[in-house]
Structures are given as C-alpha cells and as structure tokens.
Write a protein that binds this ligand. Structure first.
Ligand code: IPD
Ligand code: CA
Ligand code: CA
Length: 260
C-alpha cells in the first residue's frame, strides 16, 4: 500500500468526524423523514451528512469518483472512487434509537483498499487499510475466539422491501434462532460488521444490501482477521447484495444454516 493511502485515510477520518458532529447535534430533534420505498426512510440529515462528506473528500481528491447512497454516481477520472453511506441506520435515527454510523470506503482498481466507519454517539472510529490491519480508535482490533455456533452471538438485519419480497430473511432468522446462542437486529449494517471485527459479535449475515452498506465494514472484518463471503460461501464483493461475516471459526456452520 503506497503512502497515499494514509493521506486518504486521514482525510476520510476528518470527513466522518465532521459529518458525525452534524448528525450528533441533531440527534433526538424532530427530523423530516420521507419514504423512498414503503419502509425505507430518508431524512434531511442523510443529505446533509452526505454533502459534508463529499465536499471534504472532493476538496482533497478532486478527480476521484463517488458512489453514494443519496446522490447520483460520479465516475471521476482519478485513482479511486469513494463508496459512502452518510447515515447507516436511518430508521434508528428517526426514532431516536441511539445506534447509527457513517461508512466511507475507498475503491481502487476494483478493490476496496480503505474503510472507515464512525459511530458519532459513542465516538468509536473503526478503520481498515488493506494489508495493514484494523483499528478501533487507533488500537488494533481482532475477531472473537468463539468456535461454536451454539456459543455465538449473531447479528442480522431485514431488507426494506420485506413487505413485498420473498427475500425477507424470516426463514434464515428462524434457523439461526434454533442454533445460535442469541440473535440481534441492530439496524446498522456498517456497525454490525465492525462489531464482528472487534469481537463483540461472532457473526453477521444479511441478504439484500447495497455496496455502501458493506464496503468499509467488510474490509475492517477482513483486516481484523475475520472471514467475509456471500451467502453461498463465494468470495465477497460489495456489489453482490449479500454478506456473511464471522470470526472465521463459525463461518462454515453459518453457511450450512444459510443453505437449509
Ligand atoms: C440499512 C441498515 C440496516 C439494514 C438495511 C440497510 P440505511 O441502511 O444498514 O441495518 O438492515 O438493509 O438498508 O438505509 O439505514 O442506510
Ligand atoms: Ca445503509
Ligand atoms: Ca443510509
């Protein structure tokens, strides 16, 4: 990894701290939510945080592209593209439920090389740089030592179109409920991945996600020593919709449950 990755990391951190401060200041105040789809909310705070992130990153890397949740994609002409979820956990945010994050990843030559995820309420800042490890507030993190699914705390989430789609995660949830120690649905894919990376959770799966939900967090899990695939056990791609992330020891058991 060249020297430039640490400059990109520094700017990405500055950007998420700035956007996070804005989200934190407005958290708990009335916010106007509109529906993108029946159960899919967007607020002025999603837009506002995204503007902060794009402006900050563009100022330092004017030729880089953007793939963000709330704005049209920009291809750019430079050596990288930023994948951004400015507010991961919008439903939590709107309800005053204190769990949401900001996710920024850098893609270069088709590979995610950098990931930053920030929880503005706890001040936890997770980073991953390909080949250089993962950190939480500057300290190295690693995955949990749990070796059996029956002892594992597992997290998942439900797609926004669950009302209408058969890919609603209900069968998978029921299968895990009978086999894992316990299940959680926390409402922020990016933080779910980071919680696997730092060993609080042993595994995570989800069936229908966007690239900006997963790109940064998946790299952080890999750099923390974990395993990330799609639900079929194939190599992970942020463009592949599904994700299974674990400490590695329980990965095969998770894939077996998902294949039931
Ligand atoms: C959502 C969260 C949630 C997951 C949803 C995502 P958003 O992102 O990551 O945990 O279950 O599928 O869409 O809309 O809050 O950015
Ligand atoms: Ca998201
Ligand atoms: Ca979002």
């Amino acid at each position: 990894m060249g020297e430039s990755i640490f400059r990109e990391l520094g700017v990405a951190i500055t950007a998420v701290l700035e956007a996070g401060a804005r989200l934190r200041e407005h958290f708990g105040r009335p916010v106007t939510a509109t529906h993108k789809r029946p159960a899919d909310l967007v607020t002025e705070m999603d837009q506002s945080a995204e503007t902060v992130l794009i402006d900050r990153l563009r100022a330092d890397f004017p030729t880089y592209g953007f793939l963000t949740e709330e704005s049209p994609a920009e291809f750019g002409s430079g050596q990288g593209r930023w994948l951004i979820d400015p507010l991961d956990g919008t439903t939590n945010y709107v309800h005053g439920y204190p769990l949401f994050g900001i996710s920024v990843a850098l893609e270069r030559a088709g590979e995610i090389v950098l990931g930053v995820v920030y929880n503005p309420l706890t001040g936890e800042l997770f980073t991953g740089v390909r080949g250089c490890g993962a950190t939480l507030n500057g300290r190295p993190i690693c995955i949990s030592p749990t070796t059996s699914l029956a002892e594992s705390l597992i997290v998942s989430g439900f797609p926004y179109n669950a009302w209408k789609s058969d890919v609603d995660n209900s069968a998978e949830w029921r299968h895990f409920l009978k086999r894992a120690l316990s299940l959680r649905a926390d409402g922020s894919a990016a933080l779910d991945l980071c919680h696997v990376a730092c060993g609080r959770l042993d595994g995570y799966w989800e069936l229908d996600l966007d690239p900006w939900d997963m790109a940064a967090g998946a790299l952080i899990v890999q750099e923390a020593g974990g395993t990330v695939t799609d639900v079929h056990g194939m190599p992970f791609s942020p463009y592949g919709r599904s994700v299974v992330a674990s400490n590695g020891y329980i990965h095969r058991a998770m894939l077996e449950v998902l294949a039931l």
